[in-house]
Ligand binder design. Structure first.
Ligand SMILES: *Cc1c(COP(=O)(O)O)cnc(C)c1O
Length: 437
């Protein structure tokens, strides 16, 4: 095989990589689901482990030559268990969505009903959208957030209980992509026990904050927890499943679908492989091990606390400028801004901010009157820019800049001023000084 390198072998792809690195370096990344991984994480992902087939689990593979990838997967599992103080993890899901598919495959039969957070109120596609397998194969109902009153923008647990009692679902899901408040897992578990339902938490967005102890911990309360590893957890793009306490009786009175195995973990393992997936991505699993190692360091706790401080400062600055922040603020890494009193749609705000090199995403707000393609809101997240080192004052400056653009969206000179100010900020907080790790 000729020795070559990407720059000379494939200039078109190299140019795309170079441009993307420049975009990430110069722009302001406020998409709540994104983050910037370290160079060691990138190096593990770009490694020869991508060549290896390793179906099965460490020590029990269907292929030879797995002795070194086993080291990587064992380290990923041990570090994840330490990080989340739990009995069992499976680090093989390729993504958050495939981790969730393994949850359904294990706990639900096609047609079974479940209760999840309304997608228009911050829930995720994989919690029952009619265009997703979860809504096609299973039978979803939704709880939502309050429109007004003292709990405006928040979940009313009494209503969740009423719905669960009326529906008697097989499973209750928690977890969101655009909910800025913490969850009361003990209250959810009490409801699940009352109606004999499984309780599943999808902590895709908040896993890093949970690991660092800055949000409530779902693991002691939920039967199964799923996550992505690339959002606040700041690892490679992938998924994971976790169980707090494994064992025969941890699912209470509910028996496994199959009588063959004792522990639920064995059922979840076999739902991931061979149930959902073929060969695991060993290079990504090695990168997970690296990222979990980073997350076990004290500096990750400091980082996660700063993520929340920055997010709170951002939400407060928007409120101060007369913006309608859903639920009035935030407990976590994101704020949802309802733009209806500002006379601009989410779609237009995303476009105009994008022209100033500020990346946000349009987002439905609860009780939205626009379509999902237009929306009335934007979602703003702090994890990525906090990784670069920005603090509360920097985020307050950013809100000033966003407000200037949104208040005068047609004004090209405002736009170019703001873009210049953004480039000044990002130059003060360097990110990647390489194209390929
Ligand atoms: C991001 C997200 C997922 C999906 O993760 P992918 O890796 O993109 O498949 C699942 N659930 C929630 C709540 C999410 O926010």
């Amino acid at each position: 095989m000729p020795v070559s390198d990407l720059k000379t072998a494939d200039p078109a792809i190299y140019a795309a990589l170079e441009n993307e690195a420049k975009r990430q370096n110069e722009g302001l990344e406020l998409i709540a689901s994104e983050n910037f991984v370290s160079r060691p994480v990138l190096q593990a992902m770009g490694s020869t482990l991508t060549n290896k087939y390793a179906e099965g689990l460490p020590g029990k593979r269907y292929y030879g030559g797995c002795q070194f990838v086993d080291v990587a997967e064992d380290l990923a599992r041990d570090r994840a268990k330490k990080l989340f103080k739990c009995d069992w993890v499976n680090v093989q899901p390729h993504s958050g969505a495939s981790a969730n598919a393994a949850v359904y495959l294990t706990l639900m039969n096609p047609g079974d009903s479940f209760l999840g957070l309304n997608l228009a109120h911050g829930g995720h596609l994989t919690h029952g959208s009619p265009v997703n397998f979860s809504g096609i194969l299973y039978n979803p109902s939704y709880y939502g957030v309050e429109q007004d009153g003292p709990l405006a923008g928040r979940i009313d647990m009494d209503k969740v209980r009423d719905q669960a009692l009326a529906l008697r679902p097989k499973m209750i899901s928690i977890g969101a992509s655009a909910y800025s408040r913490d969850f009361d897992y003990a209250a959810f578990r009490a409801i699940a026990d009352e109606v004999g339902a499984f309780l599943w938490m999808d902590m895709a967005h908040t896993a890093g904050l949970i690991a660092a102890g800055v949000l409530n911990d779902p693991l002691p309360h939920c039967h199964i927890v799923s996550t992505t590893t690339h959002k606040t957890l700041r690892g490679p793009r992938a998924g994971m499943l976790l169980i707090g306490k494994d064992g025969e009786n941890t699912m209470g009175k509910i028996a496994p679908k199959s009588g063959r195995v004792k522990n639920w973990s064995e059922l979840f393992d076999s739902s991931v492989f061979p149930g959902m997936q073929g060969g695991p991505l060993m290079h990504v699993i090695a990168a997970k091990a690296v990222a979990f190692g980073e997350a076990l360091e004290d500096s990750f706790t400091t980082y996660s606390k700063q993520v929340v401080l920055n997010s709170k400062a951002t939400a407060a600055a928007f409120v101060e400028k007369g913006y309608d922040v859903v639920s009035g603020g935030t407990d976590n890494h994101l704020a949802l801004i309802d733009l209806r009193n500002k006379g601009i749609t989410g779609k237009d705000a995303e476009i105009v901010l994008g022209s100033a090199d500020i990346t946000v995403n349009k987002n439905m707000v609860p009780y939205d009157t626009e379509s999902p393609f237009v929306t009335s809101g934007i979602r703003i997240g702090s994890p990525a820019m906090t990784t670069r080192g920005l603090k509360e004052d920097d985020f307050r400056d950013i809100v000033d800049l966003i407000d200037r653009v949104l208040s005068d969206p047609q004004n090209d000179s405002v736009m170019s001023d703001v873009r210049g100010a953004i480039h000044e900020i990002t130059a003060r907080f360097p990110l990647y000084d390489f194209v390929i790790a």
